[in-house]
Write a protein that binds this ligand. Structure first.
Ligand SMILES: Nc1ncnc2c1ncn2[C@@H]1O[C@H](COP(=O)(O)OP(=O)(O)OP(=O)(O)O)[C@@H](O)[C@H]1O
Ligand SMILES: [Mg+2]
Ligand SMILES: [Zn+2]
Length: 152
């Protein structure tokens, strides 16, 4: 008999499944989920999966992610699926998708970049490689260092 990992189901909220193994805590970090509120947050790490060897899963009650948050997840977990739950049922399911150009969800790792100096200029980066992920700043051409640490 197949044993399944059971956690409390959520009434309303978001399930982020198929997260690259080991990245669940980084997903929580970039979504600024600290677990200090009253909502349920379930985290499963290194769960066996049919599609890949292992994956992480995050389930957050009472939160529906915005499109830019899906892009942030795509930066660190490119195969993640995000399901919105309402009244216990999945009402929408997305596969995250990293666009060729990333807007505003990071800050440039070059402190002298114009996007770090002048308020109206928002960081923009071109995705120069997907696996492994590399990004190049649209303004200063600098390759982005420490992607996770620079996600806003
Ligand atoms: N009410 C709920 N509370 C918590 N988790 C839920 C709820 N409903 C669905 N899920 C979870 O949402 C994820 C997606 O559900 P779905 O039924 O699409 O799974 P699946 O058939 O395994 O799909 P996939 O092909 O993406 O693996 C699963 O991890 C499932 O456990
Ligand atoms: Mg599944
Ligand atoms: Zn720059």
């Amino acid at each position: 008999m197949k044993k399944e990992f059971k956690v409390t189901p959520i009434q309303n909220g978001t399930v982020i499944d198929h997260i690259t193994e080991g990245m669940a805590l980084k997903v929580l970090k970039i979504l600024h989920i600290t677990g200090t509120g009253k909502s349920i947050v379930s985290v499963a790490m290194n769960v066996p999966s049919e599609k890949c060897e292992m994956k992480d899963i995050v389930k957050v009650e009472d939160r529906e992610l915005e499109p830019r948050e899906l892009d942030k997840i795509a930066l660190i977990a490119p195969n993640a699926t995000v399901s919105f739950i309402r009244d216990m049922e999945i009402v929408k399911k997305h596969r995250v998708n990293l666009p060729d150009m990333v807007d505003g969800i990071l800050r440039c790792s070059n402190p002298n970049c114009i996007s770090n100096k002048s308020e109206p200029v928002e960081y923009k980066a071109v995705v120069t490689n997907r696996d492994p992920l590399t990004l190049k700043c649209y303004y200063c051409d600098r390759e982005q260092e420490d992607v996770v640490g620079n996600i806003i």
